[in-house]
Write a protein that binds this ligand. Structure first.
Ligand SMILES: Cc1cc2nc3c(=O)[nH]c(=O)nc-3n(C[C@H](O)[C@H](O)[C@H](O)COP(=O)(O)OP(=O)(O)OC[C@H]3O[C@@H](n4cnc5c(N)ncnc54)[C@H](O)[C@@H]3O)c2cc1C
Length: 424
C-alpha cells in the first residue's frame, strides 16, 4: 500500500491534460499535492482514439502555453504525439503523478476537516479534491439502439480503423467531429457508408488565410458560454488530411449516402427523420454567420487578409438530399456495422459528496463546486467553449489554483489577538 496514510493539501484525480495543467499551477503556487491516475498519463490520447486521429486544431494552438510541439506549427498532431507531449510536459516540472492507482471512493470527513480518499494503493487524507477525470468517460449510445443486434454495433470510442470492421456496408450515426471523420475514412477505404446527420455547426477549417481556431479566438467564440438548456449541436470540424472544411454535400458526392436523424430500429428496418435538408441548411447558415462575422472583423480592424469567396460556395444538393431516404432495410442495404458517434458522459460513481444535482450532473461555478473543497476541471463549458480543449483547460486550472490559494490564505489568517489566552 504505497500511498496509505498519506496527507496532502490537494489531491488531483486524473492525469490527462486537465490533471497535468492543474499540477503545474499548484506547483507554481507551492501547494502540496499528488495526482492519482488509474492508467497512464494522457491515457485517453493513447488508447481511446482511433488509429489515424490527429488533433482538431493546429499545434500552434492545441497545446499548453509553456511548451511547443516539435513539429510544423500549422500541422495537426497525431494522437500518439499528443500523449507524448503531456508525458514530457509532466516530466518538465516533476509532476507528482502516481500512475496505476485508481480512486475508488472519496467522501467528506465527519468529525474533522477535509476528505478521505480510498484508492487501490491505500487511504489518503486531503483538504481538497480536484476532479480531473474528464468529460468523455462513458460512451453514450441512445436507448433506440437495439439491445441484441445481429449486426456489429459499436460506439465511436471503440472504432480503430476500417480493416477491423466486418465485411459489408457501414452506417455511422452522428455528425460531429468523430462521426464525419470516421465516415470519411471508411468511405475512402472503399466501403459503402451511410451517415445519419443531426443538427450541427460546420465552421470553415480555414478562412482568409486564418485557421478556424484563430477566428474563434478573435471573434470571442472560445469564450461563448452555452446555457444549460440549449441543445449541444455536433461540431463538424477536422484536422484529418491536413485540415479540410467539412461539407456534407461533398461527402455525398464522394459516395457517402446522407440520412436524417436516426429515429428507430424495428427488426431489420431503420427509420430516419425527414430533417436532412433542414439540418444541412442550418449547418450552412452557421457557416455563413461565421464568415460574415469574420469579414466584419477584418473590416473593423482594417486587416489585410486575402478574400476567400470559395468558402461561401454551397455544393449542389445530391440525390440523397433532394430525395431523402426515410427507411432502410439493413439486409438489403448490406449494412453489417453500425457505429454510434453519439457522444460521451461523465462517471462520478466514486465521488460521494454534495456536488451533484438530481440528474447527477456536477453543480459548480467555473469549476468551484457546491461542496467546499471539491473542484471540477475539464468539463465542457466550465468557463466557456474552450474549457474541454487542450489550450482552454490550462487557463481554467490556473483559476482553480488561484481559488485554492485564496482559500488557504483565509484559513491561515491570524491577528495578534489570536495569541492571547482566551480561556482566562
Ligand atoms: C475523439 C476525441 C477527440 C478529441 N480531440 C481533441 C483535440 O483535437 N483537441 C482538443 O483540444 N481536445 C480534443 N478532445 C477533447 C479533450 O481534449 C479530450 O477528451 C481530453 O482527453 C480531455 O482531457 P481530460 O484531462 O479532461 O480528461 P482525460 O484525458 O479523459 O483524462 C482523465 C484521466 O482520469 C483518469 N481517471 C478516471 N477516473 C479515475 C479514477 N477513479 N481514479 C484515477 N484516475 C481516473 C483516466 O484514466 C484519464 O487518464 C477530443 C475528445 C475526443 C473524445
Amino acid at each position: 500500500m504505497k500511498l496509505d496514510h498519506i496527507q496532502v493539501d490537494t489531491l488531483v484525480v486524473g492525469a490527462g491534460q486537465a490533471g497535468i495543467a492543474m499540477s503545474e499551477h499548484l506547483t507554481t503556487v507551492g501547494i502540496s499535492h499528488i495526482v492519482i491516475e488509474k492508467n497512464r498519463i494522457a491515457e485517453a490520447w493513447r488508447s481511446r482514439r482511433w488509429d489515424s486521429l490527429v488533433a482538431n486544431g493546429p499545434c500552434w494552438h492545441d497545446r499548453f502555453p509553456n511548451m511547443q510541439f516539435d513539429a510544423d506549427q500549422d500541422s495537426f498532431i497525431h494522437h500518439d504525439q499528443v500523449a507524448e507531449y503531456f508525458e514530457n510536459y509532466a516530466n518538465r516540472f516533476n509532476a507528482p503523478v502516481e500512475t496505476g492507482v485508481e480512486v475508488l471512493k472519496a467522501y467528506k470527513n465527519k468529525n474533522k476537516k477535509g476528505f478521505t480518499v480510498e484508492t487501490t494503493e491505500g487511504i489518503i487524507q486531503t483538504q481538497r479534491i480536484v476532479v480531473a477525470t474528464g468529460a468523455f468517460q462513458k460512451a453514450i449510445i441512445p436507448s433506440i439502439a437495439p439491445q441484441q443486434p445481429d449486426f456489429y454495433q459499436i460506439h465511436s470510442d471503440q472504432y480503430r480503423n476500417p480493416q477491423d470492421l466486418p465485411e459489408g456496408n457501414v452506417l455511422v450515426i452522428g455528425s460531429g467531429s468523430s462521426g464525419v471523420q470516421i465516415a470519411d475514412e471508411i468511405n475512402r477505404s472503399g466501403r459503402k457508408v451511410y451517415l445519419s446527420v443531426g443538427p450541427h455547426e460546420r465552421p470553415p477549417r480555414k478562412y482568409r488565410n486564418r485557421d478556424n481556431v484563430w477566428w474563434l479566438g478573435v471573434l470571442g467564440g472560445w469564450d461563448y458560454m452555452k446555457s444549460d438548456n440549449s441543445p449541444l449541436k455536433g461540431l463538424a470540424v477536422s484536422g484529418a488530411r491536413g485540415g479540410v472544411s467539412i461539407d456534407f454535400r461533398n461527402l455525398a458526392h464522394e459516395g457517402i449516402t446522407l440520412l436524417g436523424m436516426t429515429k428507430s430500429f424495428e427488426g431489420n428496418k431503420i427509420y430516419f427523420q425527414d430533417d436532412l435538408q433542414k439540418n444541412l441548411k442550418d449547418g450552412d447558415q452557421s457557416l455563413v454567420e461565421f464568415l460574415d462575422s469574420a469579414d466584419e472583423y477584418v473590416r473593423q480592424n482594417e486587416l489585410n487578409l486575402p478574400l476567400d469567396p470559395k468558402a461561401r460556395e454551397i455544393t449542389p444538393d445530391p440525390l440523397c438530399v433532394t430525395d431523402p431516404i426515410l427507411e432502410l432495410d439493413l439486409k438489403q442495404a448490406n449494412i453489417t456495422t453500425v457505429i454510434w458517434a453519439s457522444g460521451f458522459g461523465f462517471d462520478y460513481g466514486w465521488l460521494e459528496v454534495n456536488a451533484f444535482n438530481e440528474q447527477g450532473r456536477p453543480v459548480h461555478k467555473q469549476g468551484i463546486s457546491n461542496e467546499r473543497g471539491v473542484y471540477f476541471l475539464g468539463l465542457p463549458y466550465l468557463t466557456g467553449r474552450g474549457s474541454s480543449f487542450i489550450w482552454g483547460v490550462w487557463h481554467d486550472a490556473k483559476q482553480i489554483a488561484d481559488h485554492i490559494q485564496i482559500q488557504r490564505s483565509y484559513f491561515d489568517y491570524q491577528t495578534s489577538q489570536d495569541s492571547l489566552d482566551h480561556t482566562a
